[in-house]
Design a protein around this ligand. Structure first.
Ligand code: NAD
Length: 496
């Protein structure tokens, strides 16, 4: 059986002291093993990245960008292969994997603009004969730690920008679906990146802890669940590192009585059940304003969910695939059980669906639960499965209060035809990414991505303009070249 290794200093390596099984969630079978890096292996990767830094730092940004142009072309040429890898280990259907990859490629395109993004700021004559400018210098060795649910896209949020800014990078991908992530990093190497600029160490907490504590690592980007994000942020900070740690979510959609209900239903279907609900921007709660709107919404959702197909990644006619592991399948089922036990109404039950020919896959069917209340544990937690819960509210204010009171603040959306209501909502909702009749308001690559509250620890969001700030240090230089023969007198006053 194949064991996936690491990419260190331009070479593929296997550190096989410890390994972990990688599964095909559509069949439930173990498909390969992944090496779990030891402390020594991670230290080797850090040393390689540190050695590569001085030359890469001094490589002109336009030359760095040229590597990204070639990388983009290689990603496009290899897209079918990458989508197959994502499907086999994550379970995404090809149309969904292709969407993820495309969103990742858009971040590479943004990174191709490095010379423009790194131009800095210049002010002539800030005083007589004095000019001042700010430039953005790379930090050194930086690290990224990524989740299972976007094995191609989330790493591409991080290292293209970090690298074009002049840093060298160590990626610690999810150990649950590592193949596409490792393959994509190999493509970047093939695009002409000098050895040691990108390194990938597969592994678990042991590898992560080295990246968090080694003083040669200057900054850490993390995307994953909130408890781990909090741990990463506090540990990285305690070790003097810059850190951005993006966490979990519970994304609510408000459905107003004046909404185009058929459109809202179509949008909710994709946003709640696409990728089996394993998206940090998945809509997992619909808050219907007024019982009439709730009754219509539930009836229409129930009818629209009937033809939905859950199944193996390899059949592109399926709407969505399995969840990532057997343990996660049982956890999602457990949340449906608990909602039912707490008095909610399971309108469409996706527990234990029959998927012909894939009896051992980790499948959960699309599930709709009505009459959910905020005190239920299924409402409080991020379920991360194909489960849409309906909460009934009397007014828009009540619906907004629910969202503002929730610990997470990643994404949200309102379905309405009322511009005034939509504007009030986007102005006052305590959430980082807001949609108006747009169910998955994932910002494009030239904006930045990030939630509020316990969905993000740190100050700067991921990718886009914030990534330039996160992966660089500002240096401001003030310069005077006195005319020959001119001497300044002594002054003890603060310069003004
Ligand atoms: P996870 O937190 O279990 O794992 C994320 C990464 O942390 C992995 O690389 C993993 O190996 C590592 N890790 C896990 N436990 C660790 C520990 N104890 N110490 C150190 N490192 C550890 O997350 P996941 O299950 O892979 O991904 C799903 C979660 O990610 C969901 O909560 C989802 O909302 C979140 N997510 C958030 C965003 C966002 O942008 N906010 C995007 C994608 C996913």
């Amino acid at each position: 059986m194949q064991t996936l290794g690491h990419l260190i200093n331009g070479e593929m390596r296997t550190d096989a002291a410890r390994t972990q099984a990688v599964f095909n969630p559509s069949t439930g079978e173990e498909s390969k093993q992944v090496a779990l890096a030891s402390v020594a292996t991670v230290e080797e990767a850090i040393a390689a990245a540190e050695q590569a830094f001085p030359a890469w730092r001094n490589t002109p940004p336009a030359k760095r960008a040229q590597v990204m142009f070639r990388f983009k072309a290689l990603l496009e040429e290899n897209s079918a292969k990458i989508c197959e890898m994502i499907g086999e280990e994550h379970g995404k259907i090809s149309h969904d994997a292709a969407g993820e990859l495309q969103r990742g490629i858009e971040n590479v395109e943004y990174a191709c603009g490095a010379p423009e993004l790194l131009k800095g700021e210049h002010s002539r004559n800030v005083g007589p004969g004095i000019d001042s400018w700010s430039e953005f210098q790379p930090l050194g060795v930086v690290a990224g730690i990524t989740p299972f649910n976007f094995p191609a896209m989330v790493p591409l949020w991080m290292y293209p920008m970090a690298i074009v800014c002049g840093n060298t990078f160590i990626l610690k991908p999810s150990e649950r679906d590592p193949s596409s992530t490792l393959f994509i990093a190999q493509l970047l190497q093939e695009a002409g990146l000098p050895k040691g600029v990108i390194n990938v160490v597969n592994g678990d907490k042991e590898a992560v802890d080295v990246l968090l504590t080694d003083s040669r690592v200057k900054a850490v980007s993390f995307v994953g669940s909130t408890p781990i994000a909090e741990y990463i942020y506090s540990t990285a900070n305690a070790n003097g590192k810059r850190c951005q740690a993006l966490g979990g979510a519970k994304n609510h959609a408000i459905v107003m009585p004046d909404a185009d209900m058929d459109n809202a239903v179509n949008q909710l279907l994709g946003a709640a059940f696409g990728s089996s609900g394993e998206r940090c921007m998945a809509l997992s709660v619909a808050v219907a304003v007024g019982d009439a709107a709730a009754d219509t919404l539930v009836a229409k959702m129930k009818a629209a969910m009937e033809p939905l197909k859950v199944g193996a990644y390899s059949n592109s006619e399926n709407d969505f695939g399995p969840v990532i592991t057997r343990a996660h399948q049982l956890k999602v089922n457990g949340f449906i059980d608990s909602a039912e036990a707490d008095g909610a109404t399971v309108v469409v039950d996706g527990r234990n669906p029959v998927v012909d020919g894939f009896d051992n896959g980790f499948f959960v069917g699309a599930t709709l639960i009505d009459n959910v209340t905020p005190s239920m544990s299924s409402y409080e937690a991020e379920i991360f499965g194909p489960v849409l819960q309906v909460v009934r509210a009397n007014t828009m204010e009540e619906a907004m209060q629910l969202i503002n009171d929730h610990e997470y603040g990643n994404g949200t959306c309102i379905f309405t035809r009322d511009g005034e209501a939509a504007r009030y909502f986007s102005d006052n909702i305590q959430v980082g990414m807001v949609g108006i009749n747009v169910p998955l308001p994932v910002p494009v690559a030239y904006h930045s991505f990030g939630g509020w509250k316990r969905s993000l620890f740190g100050d700067l969001h991921a990718y886009g303009p914030d990534a330039v700030r996160f992966y660089t240090k500002r240096k401001t230089i003030t310069q005077r070249w006195p005319s020959s023969g001119v001497r300044e007198g002594v002054s003890f006053a603060f310069p003004s």
